[in-house]
Design a protein around this ligand. Structure first.
Ligand SMILES: [Zn+2]
Ligand SMILES: [Zn+2]
Length: 251
């Protein structure tokens, strides 16, 4: 019963699930095509198709599904930037309605230098409380990390659940979104009470929803507050989520 609530093993399992899926894709491709495969492909570089978009990795595809669940419109790799250092940089997602660029990182030590450089490049120079830019503070750059697992054994809200139901919940739940802002300030997620979108904001610059101009909910969420669920695509592993599993677990 403790096997599922260990963060590192959960990430390892998630990574393995991704690898399993990728291996399946490659196997099918090898059997149905005479095209030679590139031996240098890695987990990160292997494609996953979600909503007619081919992603470099399953993790990226899961992020796209998660953004959909948050009602956030995304474009995948729409623009390559030339950073002030002269380096080219292609961020993973542009969230066009909320003025955010999202860079998705796998487990391990992420290389985020380019994301941070882009964040500095896009930030405006206005005083925090007197910014008149289309996007408060300029467009944000967010680094998305592998999801945080749900832990019903430590969360009192699940205290009355039988252990079997807890295990099942952990198995089928995608975990929670984890992110880092490239800005040095505190960054938060909130949900707009007007349009229902989730969006990232900086505390002192939070006044209106960047998408619709409505007021955000008063509650702000930090990355570690385990509020917004990460969507784990159902084809992730052989132990695929069944549509009725969650109802059963909640019973
Ligand atoms: Zn500004
Ligand atoms: Zn809104």
């Amino acid at each position: 019963m403790t096997e599922s609530n260990d963060w590192l093993s959960w990430v390892a399992q998630f990574t393995q699930d991704c690898a399993d899926r990728e291996a399946t894709v490659n196997l099918r491709a090898a059997r149905t095509s005479d095209v030679e495969r590139d031996d240098q492909t890695t987990i990160e570089a292997l494609p996953t198709v979600y909503r007619d978009t081919q992603f470099r990795s399953l993790l990226e595809a899961c992020w796209a599904a998660t953004l959909d669940s948050l009602h956030i419109t995304w474009e995948y790799e729409p623009e390559t930037f030339t950073l002030p250092s002269g380096v080219k940089y292609l961020p993973d997602f542009h969230l066009t309605e909320i003025g955010v660029w999202l860079e998705v990182k796998g487990p391990g030590i992420p290389r985020v230098e380019k994301a941070y450089e882009l964040g500095e490049m896009l930030a405006c120079d206005c005083p925090a409380l007197a910014c008149t830019c289309r996007w408060p503070g300029g467009e944000m750059v967010i680094v998305g990390h592998p999801p945080m697992p749900i832990n019903p054994w430590l969360d009192e809200a699940y205290g009355h659940w039988p252990n079997r139901a807890k295990s099942k919940l952990v198995r089928n739940h995608g975990g929670f979104i984890r992110w880092t802002s490239t800005r040095r300030h505190n960054s938060w997620m909130t949900r707009c009470s007007g349009c229902g979108r989730a969006t990232w904001v900086e505390g002192p610059r939070l006044r209106r929803c960047p998408a619709c101009g409505g007021n955000p909910e008063s509650q702000l969420y930090r990355a570690f507050e385990n509020h917004f669920e990460f969507v784990r695509l159902p084809w992730l592993s052989g132990n695929a989520t069944q549509p009725d599993d969650e109802d059963e677990a909640a019973a």
